[in-house]
Design a binder for this molecule. Structure first.
Ligand code: IDP
Ligand code: MG
Length: 132
């Protein structure tokens, strides 16, 4: 069994998509093993998006990610990391398959509704980071 971390971003919460998104994961067969709502801080985001701090869109990303509460969950299941990334779709909703979560609900490259861990190492680090 694998564990992965998902964040329903502030636009997803504001647009009342939490139930719909969680339903997709549950219907797939993934199990929610932790769940909470909170507003993220700058220091946590600088750690979480460390690979992006030098990018020109970083301040826009931080403003967006701190603009309201997010829903953070751990999903557990066989091959959960890869399956959840597939269900989430590629970063830019313009390129995401229309059946994926970003493909169905996203319009903006920055405000793309959802985050999911992209590797075993990332999943372990992110679970530690958000559920200390
Ligand atoms: P991921 O969320 O698909 O793993 P990352 O490259 O890790 O993609 O980027 C983290 C987040 O930063 C994205 O989900 C998106 O919100 C934002 N982002 C990434 N690349 C861009 C970009 O080129 N323009 C604007 N926002 C971006
Ligand atoms: Mg990423």
């Amino acid at each position: 069994m694998e564990k992965t971390l998902v964040i329903i971003k502030p636009d997803g919460v504001k647009r009342h998509l939490v139930g719909k998104i969680i339903q997709r994961f549950e219907e797939k067969g993934l199990v929610i093993t932790a769940l909470k709502m909170e507003t993220l801080t700058l220091s946590l985001l600088e750690e979480h998006y460390n690979h992006l701090v030098t990018r020109p869109f970083f301040s826009e990303l931080v403003d967006y990610m701190t603009s309201g509460p997010v829903v953070i969950l751990i999903l557990t299941g066989e091959n959960a990391i890869e399956i959840v990334r597939k269900m989430v779709g590629t970063t830019n909703p313009l390129q995401a398959e229309i059946g994926s979560i970003r493909g169905q609900y996203g319009l903006s490259h920055t405000e793309n509704v959802i985050h999911a861990s992209d590797s075993t190492a990332a999943a372990q680090a992110e679970i530690q980071r958000f559920f200390k």
